[in-house]
Ligand binder design. Structure first.
Ligand code: ATP
Ligand code: FE2
Length: 327
């Protein structure tokens, strides 16, 4: 069985082709970026409209398949930017209807988790899901992926991207902040905001903007200190979730988890408490079509299907609203 998965929750239009054995035959994508400023949803839509046909062809070529060879069409149905989600949904519906293939709409956050399970071999982890729009600590308990902690305001990636914008850097800002942070030498005290199992970044962002404007601190030191602070916050709640849930595995997911400093801090924390740290390769951390295709396979095997009339996108669906009937 072969599934073609379509990712379009935000900046990336991705197509993945995956078999039911978990072999990734293709994982092609194109990402909307800017030199300055953040994502403009209408521009992201234009980007996806311009590239989707080409990415589908590229993926099929890479997999050495024709569209007729595909058994299932999966797409990210939730959560994300309504504008861009609709492009993927439209492409999925037309392929499914035209070629008479079953359609499956999946939750993007859960796809990050399941591709992590597949590519790293972990079994029952605490997921530290750190991406642009989302920051959540997730684990499977009693039929659902439960959220044990999360951001109370913006996602960590949005925080990094917003600060990058203040620094005059374009989108995505996370990798650029990482490069500047490597040259930082002095840690500057910043507000550290963990409330119970939740985190927040808004106050810290305001504080950083003020410090930047004051001209008293170097950009490098500010980036270094910002990273150290927010990553420590994430790992504090991840560690507590591991302890409370009695788990032995930490899995990382989402684009911000590509950050090598965050990866190192996660490995150190796991080593200190005798847990195992699982980190997918960058290709599967950032938004990609393979994760959508893989969750499509899992859900299809569990008997899930999405009728065309039920395939409207759900920009605000939460991870813990999905019934997990495949574990
Ligand atoms: P979601 O819908 O899951 O929230 P997303 O649309 O934000 O996902 P991802 O590809 O999961 O997309 O994450 C993108 C974020 O990852 C951006 O905010 C980007 O700045 C950040 N990012 C990418 N690479 C790095 C890196 N090396 N270090 C830090 N941040 C990074
Ligand atoms: Fe994502």
């Amino acid at each position: 069985m072969i599934c073609l998965g379509i990712e379009s929750t935000a900046h990336t239009f991705g197509i993945g082709i995956v078999t039911d054995k978990g072999n990734v035959l293709a994982n092609e994508k194109d990402t909307y970026t800017t030199e300055e400023g953040g994502i403009v949803p209408v521009k992201a839509v234009e980007h996806h409209m311009n590239c989707y046909d080409d990415i589908i062809r590229k993926a099929l070529r890479k997999a050495k398949l024709k569209i007729e060879d595909i058994d299932i069409i999966a797409f990210s149905q939730s959560p994300g930017l309504g504008h861009t989600l609709r492009i993927g949904a439209m492409a999925a519906r037309s392929l499914a209807a035209h070629y008479s293939k079953p359609l499956i709409g999946v939750n993007h956050c859960i796809a990050h988790l399941e591709i992590g399970n597949l590519t790293t071999g972990c079994k029952n982890p605490i997921l530290l899901y750190a991406s642009g729009a989302n920051t959540q600590i997730i684990a499977y308990e009693a039929g659902k992926y439960r959220i044990f902690g999360e951001t109370l305001d913006i996602g960590i990636g949005n925080f990094l991207d917003s600060f990058a914008r203040e620094l005059g850097l374009g989108f995505p800002g996370g990798p650029k902040i990482y490069e500047l942070a490597k040259k930082g030498k002095t840690y500057i005290d910043l507000p550290y905001s963990v409330k119970g199992m939740d985190v927040s970044f808004g106050g810290l962002l305001t504080n950083l903007k003020q410090k930047l404007k004051s001209g008293k601190y170097s950009k490098e030191d500010l980036c270094f200190s910002a990273q150290e602070t927010v990553f420590a916050m994430l790992l504090e709640v991840s560690e507590r979730a591991i302890a409370h849930c009695g788990k032995k595995e930490l899995l990382m997911g989402g684009g911000v988890a590509c950050n090598r400093r965050l990866q190192q801090m996660a490995k150190d924390m796991c080593e200190a408490r005798d847990a195992e740290c699982f980190i997918p390769s960058d290709e599967f951390l950032i938004d990609n079509g393979a994760m959508i295709a893989w969750l499509g396979i899992i859900e299809y095997k569990a008997g899930n299907k999405t009728r065309i009339e039920e395939s409207r996108v759900m920009p605000y669906e939460r991870t813990d609203e999905v019934d997990v009937n495949w574990r």
